[in-house]
Design a protein around this ligand. Structure first.
Ligand SMILES: Nc1ncnc2c1ncn2[C@@H]1O[C@H](COP(=O)(O)OP(=O)(O)OP(=O)(O)O)[C@@H](O)[C@H]1O
Length: 614
């Protein structure tokens, strides 16, 4: 097997595995509890919903009436060549048809409106809820899943609300009214036809379930195509530098081939299913004619005098059978939509039932002021029960001190800053700020005194000014500019084409790495927190920019307690204390000079720093 072939198969298998792992159930059996809960979302719009029910019931009656009227006109005035009767019949027919159209318009309009309102409320509720969820939830839930709750799941719930019940009512109405008229006209003929309904249901469901499978495969294979395309485009430099263009092209061609194979399968299935559906109509007409002919013969030879009754029945049945069998097909579709709505509703309700953040003690208090002393008192932590990642951490930091957190990857540096930020509470022991356990301080008031600058420098869509103002929504332009000036980097941001009004682009894509860091520093400066937490960026910028960034950083840190997950020697050297972590234990603590003389873990790390020239 050639190396490239191996690559393709490995990559394809990886994508397939990933996709199937990420698959969530598309359908779920009908569940009364879920239906009831979904129904409550229509309560705020009870008038709209109840009007819709009336409109739907009216529509359920009108279509069979149209069919019945048409048959009556044909059998009455048309057969009798009664011109006046025909004209009256035409007027009545036109009036009923117009009324049907108006009812249809309102049925569509009202149900779309109801669906949209429910979807709107649902999305807002999900969004508000998401913001309250604990960090633990985000650590364990994939972004794609959260997005699906808002998009495909919420969308299938909307369909459930706006279509399933109302379309089902209309269709069942058609079925029952048509059935009642046909049974009244000729019970025998009706029963003979009605036994076909279950057969039709199973044939339709047979094809529909196969088609649903194929649609899912089409969707999956298409997401493999788009994921590979996105990966290839974003990694085009790697592709070119490793001369992998041919390998990637072959992999892509295979994925496209796979995708079109599913499309072919769809074409094959639809190619049988659609003609069958059409044939089904002709089949029923043939059946009616055959039964009608039988009745007429019977009338002629066995019960003379009644053939016209059979003829009338054939005409009525001709117009009414589509209204009886049409719903069998439509109801199958609604049933599938209902199952999808159940699956979506279950996931969305599970999300909404996830407990919001409960990190504050019941008697937690707001703090107005924080001087910035921090104490870890025998703090332990585990993300997953039974897997401790921090063991009995003890240290005290005086207000205004700068602490550098150092340690190998996975040693627990980020976990320490998550505990100070109160994203999590310690599993045992406590973290005290100005002598108060974080548990007893309300998260909202703590946020006012804490500033966090993370490594990935997250920027939102908008201008530089908007992004700095994230820290304080009510800050004036002058206050924003003043914060940037205090960092001594106004010239660097004003050098942008529109200065502080420059658009940062998607995720800050229009700004350089250095500019993004400065925007995040300015954000923290504007908030002016007592405690600042900084996960220092590892990405390198040029030496001159680096010097300016370090200068701004020094200004940002001045006069406040700070914890820096330090990746640069220059930052560590400036720290009042270096805390060295190893495997979740506090291994060493002291100044850079003290730790170097001790010749322990830090001295080893220092040698690595010097060797890598950071
Ligand atoms: N959300 C999480 N769920 C489970 N375990 C986690 C989670 N986050 C981190 N860990 C584990 O906790 C330990 C400490 O991780 P932490 O992120 O604090 O290390 P770190 O020193 O900041 O590493 P790095 O320098 O690579 O960022 C690691 O063993 C890590 O695998």
């Amino acid at each position: 097997m050639s190396a490239s072939r191996l690559d393709i198969e490995t990559a394809d298998r990886a994508i397939t595995r990933r996709t199937s792992r990420e698959q969530e159930a598309k359908h779920r059996p009908l569940d009364l509890g879920l239906i009831r809960r979904l129904w409550t979302y229509t309560e705020p719009y009870a008038t709209l919903r109840n009007t819709l029910i009336v409109v739907v019931l009216t529509r359920a009656l009108t279509l069979p009436l149209v069919a019945w009227l048409l048959s009556s006109i044909l059998l009455g005035p048309v057969q009798a060549k009664d011109v006046q009767g025909i004209i009256w019949g035409a007027v009545e027919f036109a009036a009923l048809a117009a009324f049907t159209a108006v009812v249809f318009r309102y049925r569509m309009m009202l149900s779309l409106r109801l669906g949209e309102r429910v979807l709107h409320d649902l999305r807002n509720e999900i969004f508000v809820h998401l913001q309250k969820l604990p960090m633990r939830f985000y650590d364990t839930t994939k972004l794609g899943r959260i997005i699906s709750r808002m998009t495909s799941d919420a969308e299938s719930m909307r369909q459930g609300v706006q279509d399933v019940l109302f379309v089902t009512l209309v269709q069942l109405g058609h079925m029952f009214v048509a059935a009642a008229i046909m049974a009244w006209i000729d019970l025998g003929l009706f029963l003979a036809l009605a036994v076909m309904a279950p057969i039709l249901w199973f044939v339709v469901q047979f094809f529909r379930s196969r088609l649903t499978n194929v649609y899912r495969q089409i969707q999956e294979s298409f997401s493999r195509v788009t994921a590979t395309l996105a990966e290839s485009v974003s990694g085009v430099r790697v592709t070119q530098s490793f001369v992998r263009q041919d390998v990637n092209a072959e992999l892509f061609a295979q994925l496209v081939e796979d995708h079109s194979r599913h499309h072919h399968r769809e074409a094959q299935l639809r190619g049988v299913f659609l003609p069958l559906l059409e044939l089904n109509n002709q089949f029923f007409i043939a059946l009616i004619l055959a039964f009608g002919a039988l009745q007429i013969l019977r009338g002629t030879f066995l019960a003379p005098g009644s053939p016209e009754v059979a003829y009338d029945a054939v005409v009525y049945f001709f117009f009414l059978t589509p209204l009886f069998f049409g719903p069998v097909i439509a109801l199958g579709r609604q049933y599938n939509i209902a199952l999808a709505a159940m699956a979506g509703a279950e996931r969305v309700f599970n999300l909404l039932d996830t407990e919001p953040q409960q990190l504050d003690a019941p008697n937690a208090r707001d703090i107005d002021h924080l001087s910035g002393s921090v104490q870890f008192d025998d703090a332990c932590f585990e993300y997953e029960p039974g897997r401790p990642v921090l063991h009995n951490i003890n240290f005290t930091v005086e207000p205004g001190q700068m602490i550098a957190l150092v340690g190998e990857t996975g040693s627990g540096k980020s976990t320490i800053i998550k505990l100070i930020s109160k994203f999590y509470l310690p599993t045992s022991g406590q973290i005290l700020l100005d002598g108060i356990p974080t548990h007893d301080i309300t998260s909202a008031s703590l946020a006012q005194h804490l500033g966090i600058v993370l490594q990935n420098n997250f920027l939102f869509t908008g201008t530089v000014m908007d992004n700095i103002r994230v820290a304080r929504h009510d800050a004036t332009d002058e206050q924003v500019i003043d914060a940037v000036r205090r960092l001594d980097c106004l010239d660097l941001l004003e050098a942008l084409p529109l200065g502080l009004r420059a658009d940062v682009g998607e995720r800050g894509g229009n700004l350089s790495l250095g500019q993004r860091q400065l925007v995040c520093f300015a954000r923290a400066m504007l908030a002016d927190p007592a405690i600042l937490i900084l996960d220092e960026a590892t990405s390198s910028v040029d030496t001159i920019t680096e010097a300016r960034i370090q200068r701004s950083l020094a200004r940002l840190l001045a006069g406040r307690t700070s914890f820096v997950v330090a990746h640069r020697l220059s930052t560590i050297r400036h720290a009042d204390r270096v805390i060295v972590l190893r495997d979740g234990n506090l291994a060493e603590a002291g100044t850079h000079a003290q730790l170097l003389t001790r010749g322990g873990i830090y001295a080893g790390l220092y040698r690595q720093f010097v060797k890598s020239g950071i």
